[in-house]
Design a protein around this ligand. Structure first.
Ligand code: GLN
Ligand code: ZN
Length: 767
């Protein structure tokens, strides 16, 4: 007997980010389309060859993408918004890239915006949001799934094409007409899917994977009905393919009956996030349904304890029969780096605990053999896995008794400021009188070419510590001077010394490691290397005091300390899987708490703790929200509450969809919160009004996402709108977000205008 293994999808960027390089060359005109296609083909071939040689039976195709698989689907069904000027036929690659990235105007040709981009479920991968309207028609406008199936076939690989399923694709769409239900487009959409399935089948495909991660969400009854009807219709219209419906990122929950009743030949379930669902699924699955068991974590980089996995799998295979089982990662391997072998930034002990995509396939292969031929057939691999798991469990590097003792000693009082907000506000105003509508910025100033070059030179050793320090001091001093000149009230040091808001802190914390090749795709050609939290987190030494103190020494005005909050530190990392996330977050919170205390001691009276990822941490299921919000709020408060009443805590979030979590935002009890509101023209402030938010707020008046710089009147008008919604003495004046991606020639006039706008408001009302 054999057990089939599959991957659901493999990372597409290439082991050395070859796709990024090729795309960027193509976009800048350094290579043409044929060269780009050739390089993409090379990557796909290598990926198929590799998976084949690693023993994958169901090798995916169409998991490759030039930018994003949701955008590929949008192209496949011909849902190109009118502005891109597509007139039918196959969607050209440049139209596809225009949707992905927008176009720059050249020679008078008007520039086009990109489609909106947002996070794919609860991952840090971003997809391009389809735009849907009631008049939408669909047509097969890209044969990419077929082309790639045939390409693999010609190389001798029989693949399982992957499509984003029609329900998920529609549910991910953005609808502008109010009251319009995107699912009402299903009838029109299905013929395109059916046509693709039939063409795949005619070309020789037997299995086709339909990704429906919406099954891990709270689906409405209507969505479930539409899903049932859609798959029934597909089974009739494309009877020859075997559909494997893939759910992932969580359990089926209330969608279990729906998923099991679909007329599909197979169902993939995530048994890493939701191990408990196996029994229910087995008990209720039709007797001929193939189950793809997602037992290896596709979202994290830890090596599995294969014996423990086998303990659960053996009875399942016994019950189902080998022919009804496929072994798989919990989700596509898209979300993990490719190959641990390439890694040189981690020491051997740490590497032994990890598995990237290639190693995860090896784990699946071992599991498959153990199930087929008995554990003894893979004794050595199982022993090694067990030894690695044991070594990790026992390693002194992950256990820090001091951190654990501190965590155990946390009291509720530590997560509470000394006095309630009204009293703190009084103390703060006495200590640091500020004008009405005080002005500030979110932290970073432009990371110019010069700044990045100096950092790179310092990293390479071409610039010594002293020279780099001098350079950073010069930049910081210039920023401080300039902020004073234009009249900003609460200054920042500019963050010139920081590479990234998480990495900068992670590099200075114990328990964090950084990779050299741990790249994962964030969006398009952009890849990130998330830090790895492998052990108990602590702060061996102050992290930001040096620069904050230096900046403060240059001015009489207050300089705001600038930290990244515990939830964001957690959210943007690969997190250890041997502790609950909440516990890891508390450890980080205590480390940040120490930093806040040190800043206060160094004379910094205002400290901002950024939490841009606070909302992203929300679980996919509503029923799990409150638990998350409770510990996330507690962690922020733990980080921020160890200070005197006079010390003012700010927080910043780069968005303002707060309606459904406003209680928790209030519960953070930050003295000041800055949020993004410029683009929505202050409408997004409404959550705060309904809630009667008691603390102070800086609703962004300058949209930093675009190069344009708003004038005084525009920002003053926004402030007047804010004033209609909030008490005037609640309002701070600041941009939407940090300015690191902008240029000085944009930032200077915009901020000077912002100060003038605040002054105009001061003239209109008294505090
Ligand atoms: N302080 C950070 C900055 O200004 C905040 C970044 C963010 O919100 N993403 O760059
Ligand atoms: Zn921001």
């Amino acid at each position: 007997m054999t057990i089939r293994i599959s991957t659901l999808g493999f990372p597409r960027i290439g082991p050395r980010r070859e796709l990024k390089a090729a795309l960027e060359k193509y976009w800048s005109g350094r290579i043409g389309l044929p060269k780009l296609q050739e390089q993409a083909e090379g990557l796909r071939t290598a990926t198929w060859v590799r998976q084949h040689s690693l023993g994958v039976a169901h090798i995916p195709s169409n998991d490759f993408s030039f930018y994003d698989h949701v955008l590929d689907t949008t192209a496949m069904v011909g849902a190109v918004p009118a502005v891109y000027g597509w007139t039918g036929g196959a969607v050209p690659l440049d139209t596809y890239f225009a949707m992905a990235r927008g176009t720059q105007s050249s020679g008078g040709a008007s520039s086009l915006p990109a489609l909106e981009m947002t996070k794919w479920f609860d991952t840090n991968y971003h997809y391009m949001v389809p735009e849907l309207h009631s008049g939408q028609r669909f047509t097969l406008a890209s044969t990419k799934p077929l082309d790639e199936f045939l390409e693999a076939k010609s190389l001798g690989f029989h693949t399982r094409p992957v499509l984003v399923g029609p329900v998920t694709w529609l549910l991910l769409g953005k609808v502008t007409e109010s009251g319009f239900d995107p699912l009402s487009l299903m009838q029109r959409l299905l013929p395109v899917y059916a046509e693709m399935l039939n063409r795949l089948s005619a070309a020789g495909a037997d299995w086709v994977q339909m990704d429906e991660p919406c099954l891990a969400l709270d689906m409405t009854d209507r969505a479930r009905e539409v899903m049932t009807a859609a798959y029934k219709a597909l089974a009739v219209a494309a009877p020859d393919v075997k559909l494997l419906v893939a759910s992932y990122f969580g359990g089926l929950g209330g969608n279990l009956e729906t998923a099991l009743a679909l007329p599909a030949a197979g169902l993939h379930i995530d048994l890493v996030r939701a191990p408990g669902q196996l029994d229910a699924v087995m008990a209720r699955a039709p007797s001929d349904l193939v189950l793809s068991l997602g037992v290896i974590d596709g979202r994290n980089i830890w090596r599995a304890d294969l014996r423990a996995v086998l303990d659960r799998l053996e009875p399942a295979v016994e019950r189902l029969g080998a022919e009804r089982v496929i072994l798989a990662p919990s989700c596509s391997l898209l979300h993990v780096p490719i190959d641990l072998e390439l890694e040189s930034g981690l020491d051997d002990e740490l590497k032994r605990w990890l598995a990237f995509a290639v190693q995860k396939i090896g784990e699946l292969d071992t599991l498959g053999r153990a199930l087929a031929d008995g554990r003894s057939a893979v004794q050595a691999a199982l022993d090694d896995s067990a030894a690695a798991a044991e070594a990790r469990r026992r390693s002194p590097r992950i256990h820090d008794a001091a951190v654990q003792a501190r965590l155990a000693a946390v009291t509720p009082a530590m997560a509470k400021r000394g006095s309630p907000f009204p009293a703190r506000r009084q103390s703060q105003r006495t200590q640091r009188p500020l004008p009405a509508f005080p002005t500030t910025t979110i932290g970073s100033f432009p990371q110019t070419e010069t700044v990045r070059k100096a950092r790179a030179a310092h990293k390479k050793g071409a610039m010594d510590d002293a020279a780099y320090d001098g350079f950073l001091k010069q930049e910081t001093a210039a920023a401080v001077r300039w902020q004073e000149e234009i009249g900003i009230d609460v200054l920042v040091h500019g963050e010139f010394e920081r590479n990234d808001m998480v990495q900068y802190f992670g590099e200075q914390l114990a328990g964090y490691a950084f990779t050299t090749h741990g790249w994962v795709q964030s969006y398009g050609s952009r890849c990130v290397r998330p830090p790895v939290i492998y052990g108990d987190v602590s702060r061996p030494h102050p992290m930001t005091v040096y620069w904050s103190r230096y900046a403060q020494s240059l001015t009489e005005r207050p300089v705001k300390g600038m930290l990244t909050g515990p939830v964001t530190m957690l959210q943007w990392s690969f997190v250890r899987d041997d502790l609950p996330r909440s516990a890891v977050c508390r450890q980080i919170a205590l480390a940040i708490r120490d930093e806040v205390a040190d800043l206060e001691k160094a004379g910094i009276g205002i400290v901002q703790i950024d939490e841009p990822a606070f909302r992203e941490g929300l679980p996919l299921r509503r029923s799990e929200w409150q638990e998350y919000l409770d510990w996330a709020v507690e962690c922020f408060r733990l980080a921020s509450s160890g200070v005197a009443d006079t010390t003012q805590i700010h927080t910043h979030m780069c968005y303002s969809e707060f309606n459904d979590i406003i209680d928790s935002i209030g519960a953070l009890d930050a003295d000041v919160i800055s949020i993004e509101t410029a683009r929505s023209k202050m409408e997004l402030l409404d959550a705060f009004i309904g809630y009667r938010y008691p603390n102070e707020i800086g609703p962004g008046v300058y949209d930093i996402h675009a190069p344009r710089r708003p004038d005084v009147d525009e920002m003053a008008a926004l402030l007047r709108k804010a004033k209609e919604r909030l008490a005037p003495d609640q309002i701070w004046v600041n941009p939407d977000c940090g300015l690191k991606t902008r240029r000085w020639d944009e930032v200077r006039p915009a901020l000077a205008n912002m100060v003038q706008a605040a002054k105009a408001l001061r003239g209109e009302s008294s505090r």
